[in-house]
Design a protein around this ligand. Structure first.
Ligand code: AQP
Length: 327
């Protein structure tokens, strides 16, 4: 039997998982489990590159793991663990750092955005190198991500090519898997900016665990456009287009059909229908989450890390040999 291709992806345990993360990345993670050998990771070392609360971090990390399992990441089918518990990630990041240009890192838009608000530090600057190491460590062929990670993935591909040229063919050059729809879910309060965990306005995002009443209130408050009519048109109606996309992704109904059904509705009635669709789409995740207990999640994550360390070590040994650190 042909060997299955491998995918790798990660999620930061900062704040709560929102529908942008879910529609842009996590749904794909879950689906890919049928056809790929999947490695999924809570990238806790990435999360500490910005301000965070150490007293709460272990809990947040576990929360993120629980949400992912509730979304359908299956630790029996996928390798699932916390990044910091597999030290080969950081070792490879250091090695890749030695072939990464400062200029290329300085051009990363996420670094520019975050260093403006959070202040620059070396970890934030080197973040994309650690991300490259996460992916290349397991020789992943593909990476399911939202649109915002394209630039980082481009760097990963460059580093794979550069390493192979300098030290010999070691890394596959990974392809992004970006969904056709949902790759960029926008903020409910500013449909020109992506929905994001770090936006200080909680009304800008719907969390996958938000209770129905909260979802209704957030959608009701969502910024819409002047004029009327429910049409998909990013230029003149970004707010309505964002809601239409979300509704389409949660119901599976194509956007033209939704336009036909709701075209002449008022914004209020349309928003109620959107909220109902989101609530129904997230209900199984809320139920799955409620059924999980902390101790068994801790156990699953510890087991995942042990397997990941075992799998990563022979790969890393090859890298050490190639760069002259061992015979
Ligand atoms: N708005 C979005 N639309 C579609 N996909 C998105 N992703 C993030 N936001 C959207 C995708 O979710 C995955 C996990 O993201 P992450 O937790 O590693 O970090 P991120 O990209 O930095 O996510 P956030 O929520 O936007 O956090 P902040 O506020 O820190 O920037 C990734 O695959 C991402 O593409």
């Amino acid at each position: 039997m042909a060997q299955r291709k491998r995918v790798f992806s990660g999620l930061q345990p900062t704040g709560n998982v929102h529908v942008g993360n879910y529609l842009g990345a996590l749904r794909n993670w879950v689906r890919l489990q049928d056809d790929y050998d999947c490695v999924y990771c809570i990238v806790d070392l990435h999360a500490i590159t910005v301000e965070y609360d150490p007293a709460d971090f272990a809990r947040e990390r576990r929360e993120a793991a629980k949400v992912l399992i509730a979304c359908g990441v299956d630790p029996d089918r996928s390798l699932f663990y916390y990044q910091s518990e597999v030290p080969q990630h950081t070792e490879l990041a250091w090695i890749l750092g030695t072939i990464t240009g400062m200029g290329q890192l300085g051009r990363m838009t996420q670094y520019k955005d975050k260093s403006e608000s959070a202040g620059a530090n070396l970890g934030l600057f080197a973040y994309p190198v650690l991300m490259a190491a996460d992916i290349l460590l397991y020789r992943a062929d593909a990476v399911p991500v939202g649109d915002d990670q394209k630039q980082h993935l481009e760097l990963t591909r460059d580093l794979a090519v550069r390493f192979n040229a300098r030290f010999g063919d070691e890394f596959p050059v990974p392809e992004p898997i970006i969904p056709e729809h949902g790759a960029r879910v926008m903020s409910l309060q500013n449909p020109l900016a992506k929905m994001s965990k770090s936006d200080p306005d909680e009304g800008s995002r719907i969390l996958v665990l938000d209770p129905p009443e909260t979802i209704k209130a957030k959608v009701k408050r969502a910024v819409t456009d002047s004029g009327k009519g429910i049409r998909h048109d990013w230029e003149s109606k970004p707010g309505i287009s964002n809601l239409l996309e979300m509704m389409s992704l949660f119901t599976g109904t194509p956007i033209p059909d939704l336009e036909a059904e709701h075209g002449s509705s008022g914004y209020g009635a349309f928003k109620e229908a959107v909220a109902e669709a989101v609530i129904a789409g997230l209900a199984p995740i809320r139920a799955g989450y409620a059924a999980l207990d902390d101790a068994s999640v801790d156990e699953v994550m510890a087991r995942g890390a042990a397997t990941a360390r075992e799998m990563a070590e022979p790969y890393q040994a090859r890298v050490r040999r190639r760069i002259g650190l061992s015979r």
